[in-house]
Write a protein that binds this ligand. Structure first.
Ligand code: BJW
Ligand code: ZN
Length: 256
């Protein structure tokens, strides 16, 4: 831990790759493992284009629930520590997140690349128009227990096309420019913090290799060991909301 804090203190560029475990202590469920179930259906069963084509209402029910649930979640001490790090080192920190929950920005981080889109940016399947939905009231339209009610299918105000969640499903391209910006940041990074991801989804998981190949240090922070860890990396086992504040404070940066 003290070595890593010293690397952070001395780094000119710090990049963060975050995954679902980053928000676990905020109460946002992860995808894989015990947390990834909704109405007895696996998250990955629902988070894909085929499921949406087959059963748009069923998939929307899950996403409306997630929108509603996520609005009630607040950034945890890990998100806040990364925001403090960026405030202390403006222009030197970039977060490439696989998360669609918006919690890094709500914590105050500004240089955030959302590799897998955003939960609150519904998009038209026909014309691509984005319909932001992040300022609505918390309405509890559907809960996991509420199996009977289905959400309304919303249509685009411009072309009447069906709206879909503004996220990236398997087989779909990442948002324009997102991977390029994240890759450049991984190349430049003196330190890459890989936080709370199982590291099985490409191309995000490949960013760790990019940093290693360019001579940067890779620090993997996770509650469990993952196959992302390679010789020369440092693995810090623990929750993101515990490890990140310790690390940032250890680098001499005030958290508040
Ligand atoms: C804690 C903790 C705590 C718990 N503290 N830690 C190369 C090789 C092979 C396949 C591919 C390849 N390139 C592309 C592919 C295909 C595919 C892919 O990767 N497949 C593999 C699975 C085999 N990739 C794609 O399709 C991507 N698109 C693409 O590459 O486009 C290019 C292209 C397109 C078309 C033609 C040709 C090229 C798109 C990937 C989209 C992923 N989408 C999802 C759903 C998003 C929508 C939504 O939110 O609903 O993204 S899937 C899901 O997995 C979600 C996540 O962002 C992503 C990663 O999951 P993550 O974040 O790692 O979560 P978990 O749950 O897996 O892990 C949580 C971790 O936290 C665990 O390790 C815990 O231990 C830990 N943890 N509590 C710290 N408190
Ligand atoms: Zn449209």
């Amino acid at each position: 831990m003290s070595d890593v804090a010293a690397w952070i203190r001395n780094a000119e560029k710090i990049t963060v790759l975050s995954g679902a475990g980053m928000s676990a202590e905020s109460g946002v469920p992860t995808f894989r493992g015990d947390g990834g179930l909704w109405r007895q259906r696996g998250a990955l069963e629902l988070a894909n284009a085929e499921a949406f084509e087959r059963d748009p209402k069923g998939v929307w029910a899950w996403y409306r629930w997630r929108q509603d649930h996520t609005r009630r979640c607040v950034p945890n001490a890990g998100h806040l520590a990364l925001a403090a790090l960026e405030r202390a080192r403006p222009g030197q920190v970039l977060i490439a997140t696989q998360n669609v929950d918006g919690l890094h920005r709500r914590a105050g981080s500004e240089r955030v690349i959302e590799l897998h889109g955003n939960l609150f940016a519904d998009r038209c399947t026909r014309c691509g128009q984005v319909h932001p939905c992040d300022d609505g009231p918390v309405t509890s339209p559907v809960t996991p227990e509420d199996g009977a009610r289905d959400p309304e299918l919303v249509r685009c105000t411009r072309c009447q096309g069906l709206l879909r969640p503004g996220v990236v499903w398997f087989g779909e391209h990442l948002p324009a420019g997102a991977l390029e910006t994240a890759t450049a940041a991984a190349e430049e990074a003196d330190v890459l913090l890989v936080v709370g991801t199982s590291g099985v989804v490409m191309p995000a998981a490949g960013l760790a290799r990019v940093t290693r190949e360019h001579g940067g240090r890779v620090v993997v922070i996770n509650t469990e060991h993952t196959d992302l860890v390679r010789a020369g990396d440092v693995e810090l086992l623990g929750g993101a909301a515990v490890v990140l504040p310790e690390l940032v404070a250890g680098a001499g940066i005030a958290l508040a």
